[in-house]
Design a protein around this ligand. Structure first.
Ligand SMILES: [Zn+2]
Length: 496
């Protein structure tokens, strides 16, 4: 296997591929990971200084606060490796290689500018190890938040679930200060008690899928997202946001947020991954499979809903429009599972209201984009569920998680800062505003802790930056399968 990996890595780091291959990585024994690209190689072992093997390190800059202030990001969009940054590169890559049954033998990280429509890529894309695709917004608002306004700080997405569960009553382990998973092992995410303390009557987590951190905060600063601004008046926003796990894709990070562990522990390695035991490629991030996501969770994992149920048996939790729902008292996906629908949320959308009648859509022309139209329907149904769950505060869930999709649709369609991306943020803001208005109406706005985040960032691809690495791998003569693309599984059994 080592020889196959070396051959694949040599082929993938050829200078001709440098426009599309940012770097490749593979496990290097002893808790270490090797990274390589056409400019050099390094060995990363979390907790130790990186060891440069030759040339320049592919992850020389690991600053989580890179490209701040936001004007720096705008001035250098989708930067090449030498000007890019890769926060927590070692432990994020190492987690990807932590699942013996599912981890690829080698991973290829696309360059920020790579455009690959033939393999499912969009004008706006995410999935990279780099800082901008990995940077999700993080705002905390309401009782117990320790600071107000804009903070020069960052957290990690895996910290959010443990923090929500702790705020809702789950206790950290005295010895480690961390929540314990179902097998009694400490989770990897920190409780963010430097930012917030307990005391809220209710806890609400809001996820805007793919909402771009820098542009979201920029629009708030210009007064264009009034509901988020209302949150900020009662709390804080981290300029560095929250760093996603790798890859910076949807289901991997929804799962890390809601379990407090990286992909190597929870098992949802990517939106698509290969499972050696079943010899199947699993596409876990799809409207047709979302409602089945718990099937792929590894043993020992505990969701935030399970954490709260363990600490406070019988208390209501709710999970709106979110695939990672195991243990929640109310769950949209449970409703879908109960219908026995084979294609999940796809056919559900046919039962939902016509998106052209949505009161939250600012620009109806965007509904010509099928994903935007579907997300509008689903997100509108999300508001309805939120208002229904919160009909009376006495019956409201102690912990509510509310996932929204239109922001991902807007950013895929146009990339960050595009009209459609910004309008998707404005639509999501109107839905959030409807919920905040409701809290005002029922008189509990001062008692509800709200966290707003996303699952990843976004960068705009360069339509001229085309091509792939299939030919290079074929010429190297290595038997392989490539899921994603980017998860490379090697060996005789993998040849397709
Ligand atoms: Zn996403």
């Amino acid at each position: 296997m080592d020889r196959l990996v070396e051959r694949a890595a040599d082929a993938l780091t050829a200078p001709e591929l440098a426009d599309v291959v940012d770097l490749v990585a593979w496990p290097d024994g002893d808790g270490a990971v090797r990274v390589a690209n056409s400019a050099g190689r390094a060995r990363l072992r979390p907790g130790e200084p990186d060891e440069l093997i030759d040339g320049a390190s592919p992850v020389a800059d690991q600053n989580p606060m890179a490209f701040l202030p936001y004007s720096d990001e705008c001035a250098d969009p989708a930067p090449p490796n030498a000007r890019n940054a890769y926060p927590h590169a070692g432990d994020r890559l190492l987690s990807l290689f932590g699942d013996g049954g599912r981890s690829p033998n080698l991973v290829v990280v696309h360059t920020a500018a790579h455009y690959f429509p033939e393999a499912g890529g969009h004008v706006g894309e995410h999935g990279s190890l780099d800082v901008i695709q990995s940077r999700a917004p993080l705002l905390l608002s309401g009782p117990g938040v320790r600071a107000t306004g804009w903070l020069d700080d960052y957290a990690r997405l895996r910290d959010i679930g443990p923090t929500l569960a702790w705020l809702a009553g789950a206790g950290p382990d005295d010895a480690t200060g961390r929540l314990l998973d179902a097998a009694g092992a400490p989770v990897e995410g920190d409780v963010l008690d430097r930012l917030v303390g307990r005391g809220a009557g209710w806890v609400v987590g809001v996820l805007w899928d793919g909402a771009h951190c820098g542009d979201l905060l920029h629009l708030v600063g210009r007064g264009e997202l009034p509901a988020v601004e209302r949150l900020l008046e009662r709390g804080c926003a981290l300029r560095g946001g929250a760093v996603a796990e790798f890859p910076s894709v949807t289901l991997t990070n929804h799962t890390s947020i809601l379990t407090g562990v990286g992909p190597g522990r929870h098992g949802i390695l990517g939106n698509v991954f290969y499972d050696r035991a079943s010899e199947l490629a699993v596409n876990a991030n799809d409207a047709t499979t979302w409602h089945r996501s718990a099937e792929w969770l590894r043993p020992g994992v505990a969701t935030v809903f399970e954490q709260v149920a363990r600490a406070r048996p019988g208390v209501l939790t709710a999970c709106v429009n979110e695939p990672v729902d195991r243990g929640s008292g109310y769950s949209t996906m449970a409703v879908i599972r109960a219908t026995g629908s084979a294609d999940g949320a796809t056919s559900l959308a046919q039962a939902l209201a016509d998106p052209t009648g949505s009161p939250y859509v600012g620009e109806r022309a965007h509904l010509a984009d099928r994903y935007y139209a579907w997300a509008t329907q689903v997100d509108d149904a999300g508001v309805d569920q939120m208002l229904s769950l919160w009909h009376s505060p006495g019956a409201a869930p102690a912990l509510t998680w509310w996932s929204n999709s239109v922001t991902d649709a807007g950013h895929h369609a146009g990339g960050p800062r595009s009209t459609i991306a910004r309008d998707s943020l404005r639509d999501a803001d109107r839905r959030l505003g409807a919920f905040l208005d409701h809290l005002d109406r029922v008189g509990v706005a001062d008692e509800v802790l709200v966290v707003l985040t996303a699952d990843h960032g976004f960068e705009g691809a360069d339509p001229a930056c085309r091509g792939g690495w299939d030919e290079a791998l074929r010429s190297a003569g290595v038997p392989y399968r490539d899921e994603g693309p980017g998860f490379v599984y090697l060996g005789e059994g993998m040849a397709r």
